[in-house]
Design a binder for this molecule. Structure first.
Ligand code: UN1
Length: 506
């Protein structure tokens, strides 16, 4: 840990873990938050949570910074993000390793997470010259109509433990080129990765003579999260996490007419058709279901396989699962690290119990591993067609296998869950592909063909429907969520014609 911090050029994990107005706030009244290593169960560091007073200080600084940042030309704002991308690129290894250490994803995935940050920085820099609005033809003579996009203000970003820094970067790089400032409440399970990232932001902001563009408030959802979602000074709250908490965030922020951007639960399935290339399918399923120990919102949780190939596919998967090396996420060769907390292990056990009661058969895995840390076996469960158990998201490496007879039936099973994030199909049939992608096909925000459900590139809009919350982050035109649209009509003539041809007192 010490050597990682040295490599990151951080003298110390600052005990006052709120950062605003250009300095760390050492609020002695703040409660202690301990970050644990999920691979050993041992504490790594203690940080101090923001109190309402330090939270308020951060928001005020963010509001103040917004007043000038909003007037900086967008391409210039992009230069801050360009330099952030460069700084992160230089520190990719130690930052990725810190993510692995703190939340347990394997090193390759920790580095991949940092690569997502670098990628989105590049995307945002280009975007800073492309915040386009439309122009329209007015129905009135000598009138011009167009729309423009203005920044919103300080944006609250509440991120989850599983992508502790990348999802912040999707939000904060876009928001900042859009002219917003960002207040980040990271997951209480991964405060160190957030503090390290804030240190990097601080250096880059200082190089530009800036402060308050990116700030940080550490704390629990019940305390700091509540302050943020109830705060009328925060016009937009971007929340990544469970559907249960997301529903509360949504209702609270809507109650004050704020905006939300929600990335909630997923229950992602892969349909494997009778003509699928099973070599590809097995590899994709393995990465999707076992990668990040099943703790991505895009993780593959259900396989819906044609009855003619379901047995072969299952056998191949069971064999592949048997070869997964489980261990310290930072060790070379490890494919699956621990779950994030002991509570996550218990949730997995409870889900497996429910699955057995519902007629499921565990084909491989199914147990916690008796050693220090939150280790479990990656698990495959063969499920009967009718079961509500598969409609729930369990953040663990549990894969349910179901079979189908017809593509229509596969689609029905596929869509019959409350969540709607990611989906995939493996087939070589053009008809089946198009059926899957048609409006009556997958109801998810992401629908892939011959690749798995997880591991999306940053260039596309990321998010999903139904209980996933409807938000879109990252690529495409997701930037619009961070701005307000204004329609402008300009009369450059000498008359005042009314729209719809109305005569009023002429
Ligand atoms: C998440 O799990 O919250 O598509 C984000 C993926 C990653 C992002 C996942 N690029 O799996």
């Amino acid at each position: 840990m010490k050597s990682l911090l040295q490599k990151l050029n951080i003298q110390d994990i600052n005990p006052g873990a709120s950062f605003g107005a250009g300095h760390w706030i050492e609020d002695k009244a703040g409660a202690e938050l301990v970050s644990y290593n999920p691979a050993t169960g041992e504490p790594i560091a203690k940080v101090i949570q923001a109190t309402p007073a330090s939270y308020d200080q951060v928001v005020k600084a963010s509001q103040q910074a917004f007043e000038s940042w909003r007037n900086v030309p967008a391409p210039k704002r992009g230069q801050l993000v360009r330099d952030l991308g460069e700084a992160v690129r230089e520190l990719k290894e130690p930052l990725g390793e810190l993510v692995s250490l703190e939340m347990g994803k394997i090193r390759a995935e920790g580095l991949g997470e940092v690569q997502e940050m670098i990628d989105i920085c590049e995307f945002a820099v280009g975007l800073s010259r492309q915040l386009y609005g439309l122009t329209m033809h007015s129905e009135r003579p000598n009138h011009r109509m167009y729309e423009q996009w203005h920044p919103l203000g300080p944006v609250g970003v509440i991120s989850a433990f599983n992508f502790p820094i990348a999802v912040w970067s999707w939000n904060s790089t876009l928001a900042s080129v859009c002219g917003d400032t960002v207040i980040w409440k990271p997951s209480e399970l991964a405060p160190l990765a957030a503090i390290a990232t804030q240190h990097i932001c601080n250096r880059v902001m200082a190089d530009h003579g800036l402060s308050g563009i990116f700030s940080l408030v550490i704390g629990t959802g019940q305390e700091v999260g509540e302050l943020l979602i109830n705060d009328p000074r925060i016009p937009l709250v971007s929340f990544t996490g469970s559907t249960k908490v997301g529903r509360h965030v949504n209702q609270t922020v809507a109650g004050r007419f704020g905006k939300t951007l929600l990335e909630l639960g997923g229950n992602n399935a892969i349909i494997v058709a009778e003509d699928a290339n099973l070599d590809l399918a097995v590899r994709a399923i393995l990465f999707g279901a076992v990668g990040t120990a099943g703790q991505r919102c895009t993780s593959t949780r259900r396989i819906i396989a044609h009855k003619s190939i379901v047995d072969e596919l299952t056998q191949r998967l069971v064999k592949a699962y048997g070869q997964v090396s489980i261990g310290d996420p930072l060790d070379e060769g490890t494919l699956m690290g621990p779950l994030v907390t002991p509570a996550a292990v218990e949730k997995m056990e409870a889900a497996l119990q429910n699955a057995s009661q519902a007629g499921g058969t565990v084909l491989t895995g199914g147990k916690r591993i008796e050693r220090p840390g939150n280790y479990v076996e990656p698990t495959i469960v063969r499920m009967p067609k009718q079961s509500d158990v598969v409609k729930e998201e369990t953040f663990a490496p549990v894969l349910y296998i179901l079979d189908y007879d017809s593509v229509d039936e596969a689609m029905r099973i596929h869509n019959d869950v409350p969540q709607g994030l990611s989906s995939a199909i493996f087939t070589d049939s053009m008809q089946t592909v198009e059926r899957f992608l048609s409006s009556g096909g997958s109801d998810c925000g992401i629908a892939n063909v011959n690749i798995g459900t997880s591991g999306a590139e940053i260039g596309g809009a990321f998010g999903g429907e139904k209980e996933t919350g409807g938000g879109r982050e990252s690529g495409s035109d997701s930037w619009r969520a961070y701005m307000r649209r204004q329609t402008n009509t300009i009369n450059w003539g000498k008359e005042l014609p009314l729209a719809q041809g109305i005569k009023f007192g002429d």
